[in-house]
Design a protein around this ligand. Structure first.
Ligand code: NAD
Length: 414
């Protein structure tokens, strides 16, 4: 069987929810396709004076509940299908946590490691210039994703504000604090992944503090999740990045592993730990598995070997629908990405609110509000599982989210 694409996976997840609720076929068609996809070629001057061209995308999937919202990814394997899928997931993520945004996503096809800071700045500014007519505080609000962060958001905001001759800090979120960013934004995705895992353990009558954990992917989402889990008493026994995994059954120190990765470029060869493959990490005998890398990490072949009792998805789309079937069969509780990693967009929403009101919230206010959002969404998910007699948390999450988006679409009229 050929592997399914992220967009096929997304549509399959949405169809599973549709099977349980009354929704018109025509409306479903509308809610499972993007409203608009920009595909463009960006040209910049390299430091050596030559010209280079890059493929870039922005998908505005659905705007029925508010401005399109979603990150910008820099990655060599990005393509149109992936960007559309990611923008679709954003739509239903904003709906399950009930924030007034639609879904969007964008990206540029490149490996940023191959370019200088000055070249990345020119490229980000070229993308912001190209996107200027499509974005705006009330139109489409980008944010960081894989290989982008506050630096890229600051460049994007500056380009937009310069071209528009205005101040519009809410045009992007995930900015540096000094440039209008929010306290708590950098840690928000890892934080919601951990809060969602805590709720899942408590739903199963267990405690996260006693759990052993493996984290796949040690970037923004993965490393923060590992740090917060360690602070809550859980034992992080394995972490990985694209170069491989390190395992120590006695527990790793997430802060020290991060220091090692910053110094050497990888978690691999962390002193005192065994080096293993990513596949070993995903099938390790742990209580909690956090996929925090890219899509399709857990496919049907691997799913049968997943030994964790709970999976909390920090990454977008890490589990294929065929893998989901196997995990459900094996009683693995999967907190779906659209809920588990929603912290990033929830705190982006707080950042946007603060920007619009020209106020700033304390980190404790942000974290308390985020916890309420995640716990409320988790409670709705479990209530929906009970109402529909489902053993699949993902389908329950999509039922709640799809009903919200469908209702908003219907209320707007055609
Ligand atoms: P990042 O660029 O900071 O880190 C990505 C990490 O994944 C790196 O450590 C990389 O080495 C690792 N990785 C990549 N491919 C891998 C593979 N095949 N096996 C193991 N590790 C691999 O990116 P991030 O912001 O942490 O994003 C990670 C995931 O979380 C993505 O799916 C992203 O869409 C999702 N996410 C991020 C945010 C956010 O606010 N940053 C919000 C929601 C969802």
């Amino acid at each position: 069987m050929s592997p399914t694409t992220p967009y096929e996976n997304f549509r399959s997840q949405l169809r599973s929810a549709m099977a349980h609720i009354e929704i018109d076929d025509g409306l479903f068609d509308r809610l499972s396709h993007p409203e608009r996809v920009l595909e463009t070629n960006l040209t910049i001057e390299r430091d050596d004076g030559t010209l280079d061209q890059f493929k870039a995308y922005r998908s505005q999937f659905n705007g029925d509940r508010g401005p399109y919202k979603g990150g910008i990814r820099y990655h060599p394997d990005i393509d149109r299908d992936e960007v559309i899928a990611l923008s679709g997931w954003m739509t239903y993520k904003c709906a399950i946590v009930d924030i007034p945004f639609g879904g969007g996503k964008g990206g540029i096809e490149l490996d940023p490691a191959d370019y200088s800071t000055a070249e990345l700045e020119r490229l980000t500014r070229a993308f912001a210039t190209e996107l200027r007519p499509l974005v705006g505080e009330d139109r489409d609000v980008p944010a960081p994703d894989v290989n982008t962060g506050p630096r890229e958001m600051n460049w994007f905001k500056d380009t937009y504000e310069t071209l528009e001759n205005t101040t519009a800090p809410g045009v992007v979120t995930g900015k540096a604090i000094e440039s209008g960013g929010s306290a708590g934004r950098v840690a928000a995705t890892g934080r919601s992944t951990v809060l969602a895992a805590r709720e899942a353990f408590s739903h199963l009558g267990r405690s996260l503090a006693d759990a052993t954990v493996a984290v796949q992917g040690y970037g923004n989402a993965g490393w923060i999740a590992a740090r917060l889990l360690d602070e809550r008493g859980a034992t992080v026994v394995a972490v990985s990045d694209s170069d491989g995994a390190v395992v120590d059954r006695d527990g790793l120190d997430p802060v020290d592993v991060k220091r090692h990765k910053d110094e050497t470029g990888s978690v691999v060869n962390y002193p005192g730990a065994d080096t293993r493959t990513n596949e070993d990490l995903l099938t390790l005998d742990v209580d909690l598995l956090i996929p925090a890398g890219l899509e399709n990490a857990i496919d049907a072949d691997l799913a049968g070997d997943v030994a964790a009792d709970v999976v909390s998805e920090a990454a977008n789309g890490p589990t294929t629908p065929a893998a989901d079937d196997v995990l459900i069969e094996n009683d693995v509780f999967v907190v779906p990405d659209i809920l588990a990693n929603a912290g990033g967009v929830v705190v982006s929403y707080y950042e946007w609110v603060q920007n619009r009101q020209r106020v700033s919230w304390s980190e404790s206010r942000v974290n308390e509000a985020l916890e309420t959002h995640v716990v409320d969404a988790f409670d709705e998910l479990t209530a929906t599982m009970a109402e529909y007699d489902l053993d699949d948390p993902r389908t329950a999450a999509y039922i709640v989210a799809l009903e919200r988006v469908a209702t908003a679409a219907e209320q707007r009229g055609w």
